[in-house]
Design a protein around this ligand. Structure first.
Ligand code: SDX
Length: 428
C-alpha cells in the first residue's frame, strides 16, 4: 500500500502521508494540508477525524473489541481490580506487588478533603444534581492546592493521586447531603470500593459491613467504565489540558461533558425510560416504534454508539453481571425484564439492524446501581468515578507528549461578508 495519499484539488495536487497504527488503523496525515494548499478539512463532531496518537486504549467498533494497554476488557473484568486497572491505564503496565501496594497506600492517604470543603455542601439545595456538585467541588480543589512545591511531573502525579483518592469522598458527601445524613469520613482500613460503599451507606449509629457482592460488582463496573479512547469527555479533558490548565480544571471539564444525556448521562435516562415503559404497562414495541420515527425526538437511551457497530463488549459483561448480582442479592427488578424485552424487540427490528444500533455500556448498568441502592441521579457520578483514571491517563499522555500543541480547530465561516455599522437612529 502506498504510504501517501494523493489529493487532487481544482488548482493543485498534493501528496499527503498515510499513517498506520499498531492495530492497522490507517489515517491521512493532514497536518501540512493548509500550509501546502490553503485548504482545511471540515468534519463536524470529528466523526472521521483522529485528534492524536494514543497508546492507552484500543477499540475495534466493528469487532466489538476493547483493550486497555492491549489487555482485553473481558480479562481485566475477570481478573483485575479497579486500582490495578487505573495503574495500568496511567502508567502503561500492570503494577508488580510493590508498585501496587505503594500506589494503593498513597491513594489511601489522600482520601480526606479539606474540612472547609464540607461547608460548600451547605450552599447546595438538597436536590442539587450530584454531577453539578461533583464538577463544582472538583474545580474548587484547585484553590486548595494552588501553590504546590515540586516539579510539574511531581505535582501532576500528586494531583492524579489526590483526584483518584478524593472523588469517591466528594461523591459520597453529595449523596449524604441529599439524604440529610452526616458525612462519613473515609476509613483507610477499607479497600477502595468498600470505602466508597461505607461513605455512601454507613451511619454513625451502627456498624457497617460492605456486602462482598457489592464490592465485587462495583470493582467490575468501575473497570468497565475506566477508559474509552477519544470519547466526548476524554477529548474535552485533552482539549482543556492542552492549554496548560491544571488537571483539576481538565477533569472538571470532563465531568461536565460526561453529564450530557447523549454521553454518561444516558445511564440515568435509561432507567427513567424503563420506568416510563413500566408505568405504561410495559409496551416495549411502542418505544421501539417511537425511536424509529423521525418526528419524535425520542431515542432509545442506552442504544447506539459512535464507534461500536456491533455489541458493546461492556454491555455484554454488565448484562451477565445483572443476573448474577440480582440473584446473589436475592432481589428481582422488573426493569431488568423490561430492558431484556426492549433489547430483544429492538435487535429484531430492521431499523436497528440497518443502523447497527446495539445496547451500549449505559443500557444495563443502571439496573445494578439500583440494586446497590445508588439513587438514579447518582448513576452518572458512578460513571465519572470509573472514567477518572482514563481521563487522568489521557491528560498525562498529552502532557508528556513533546509534540503537544494547544488544541485549536479551524472552521469554515458562513456568516455575513464585510458589513457596515449602522448608527442606532438609522436602524429599522
Ligand atoms: C457513551 O464515545 C464513547 O465512547 C461514549 C461511551 C464511553 O464509554 O465514553 O461509550 C459512553 O456515551 C455511550 C452512549 C450513551 N448514549 C446513549 O445511549 C444515548 C442514545 N444514543 C444515541 O444518542 C447515539 O447512538 C449516540 C449519541 C450514542 C451516538 O450518536 P452518533 O454516533 O452521532 O450517531 P447518530 O446520532 O448520527 O445516529 C445514527 C443514526 C441516526 O439516524 P439517521 O439520522 O441516520 O436517520 O441512528 C439513529 C440516529 O437517529 N440513532 C438512534 C439511536 N442512536 C442513533 N435512533 C434511535 N435510538 C437511538 N438510541
Amino acid at each position: 500500500m502506498a504510504n501517501t495519499a494523493e489529493l487532487k484539488l481544482s488548482d493543485q495536487t498534493v501528496q499527503l502521508p498515510i499513517v498506520e497504527g499498531s492495530e492497522g488503523e490507517k489515517a491521512v496525515d493532514i497536518s501540512t494540508l493548509r500550509q501546502k494548499t490553503g485548504y482545511i478539512t471540515l468534519d463536524p463532531a470529528y466523526v472521521n477525524t483522529g485528534a492524536c496518537n494514543s497508546a492507552i486504549t484500543f477499540i475495534d467498533g466493528e469487532k466489538g473489541i476493547l483493550r486497555y494497554r492491549g489487555i482485553p476488557i473481558e480479562v481485566l473484568a475477570e481478573r483485575s481490580n479497579f486500582l490495578e486497572t487505573s495503574y495500568l491505564l496511567m502508567y502503561g503496565k500492570l503494577p508488580n506487588a510493590v508498585e501496587l501496594e505503594k500506589f494503593t497506600s498513597r491513594i489511601r492517604r489522600h482520601t480526606m478533603v479539606h474540612e472547609d470543603i464540607k461547608r460548600f455542601y451547605d450552599g447546595f439545595s438538597r436536590d442539587a444534581h450530584p454531577m453539578a456538585i461533583l464538577a463544582s467541588v472538583v474545580c474548587s480543589l484547585s484553590a486548595f492546592y494552588q501553590n504546590e512545591k515540586g516539579t510539574p511531573e511531581e505535582v501532576g502525579e500528586l494531583t492524579r493521586i489526590r483526584l483518584l483518592a478524593k472523588l469517591p469522598t466528594i461523591a459520597a458527601y453529595a449523596y449524604k447531603k441529599s439524604v440529610g445524613q452526616p458525612f462519613i469520613y473515609p476509613d483507610n482500613n477499607r479497600n477502595y470500593c468498600e470505602n466508597f460503599l461505607a461513605m455512601m451507606f454507613s451511619l454513625p449509629a451502627e456498624k457497617y459491613e460492605a456486602d462482598p457482592v457489592l464490592v465485587e460488582v462495583l470493582n467490575l463496573l468501575l473497570i468497565l467504565h475506566a477508559d474509552h479512547e477519544q470519547n466526548c469527555s476524554t477529548s474535552t479533558v485533552r482539549m482543556v489540558q492542552s492549554s496548560g490548565a491544571t488537571t483539576w480544571a481538565s477533569i472538571t471539564a470532563g465531568i461536565c461533558a460526561l453529564s450530557g444525556p447523549l454521553h454518561g448521562g444516558a445511564n440515568q435516562e435509561v432507567i427513567e425510560m424503563l420506568e416510563q415503559i413500566q408505568n405504561e404497562g410495559g409496551k416495549v414495541q411502542k418505544y421501539v416504534e417511537m425511536a424509529k420515527s423521525k418526528e419524535s425526538k425520542f431515542k432509545l437511551m442506552g442504544f447506539g454508539h459512535r464507534v461500536y457497530k456491533n455489541f458493546d463488549p461492556r454491555a455484554k459483561i454488565i448484562k451477565i453481571a445483572c443476573d448474577k448480582v440480582l440473584k446473589r442479592m436475592n432481589v428481582s427488578d422488573p426493569l431488568l425484564d423490561i430492558a431484556k424485552e426492549l433489547e430483544e424487540a429492538a435487535l429484531k427490528d430492521s431499523y436497528f439492524i440497518e443502523k447497527k444500533l446495539y445496547p451500549n455500556v449505559d443500557f444495563y448498568s443502571g439496573i445494578i446501581y439500583r440494586a446497590m441502592g445508588i439513587p438514579v441521579n447518582t448513576f452518572t457520578v458512578m460513571f465519572a468515578l470509573g472514567r477518572l483514571p482514563g481521563w487522568l491517563a489521557h491528560a498525562k499522555e498529552l502532557s508528556e507528549d513533546k509534540s503537544t500543541k494547544i488544541s485549536r480547530p479551524r472552521q469554515i465561516y458562513v456568516g455575513p461578508t464585510l458589513a457596515e455599522y449602522i448608527p442606532l437612529n438609522e436602524r429599522k
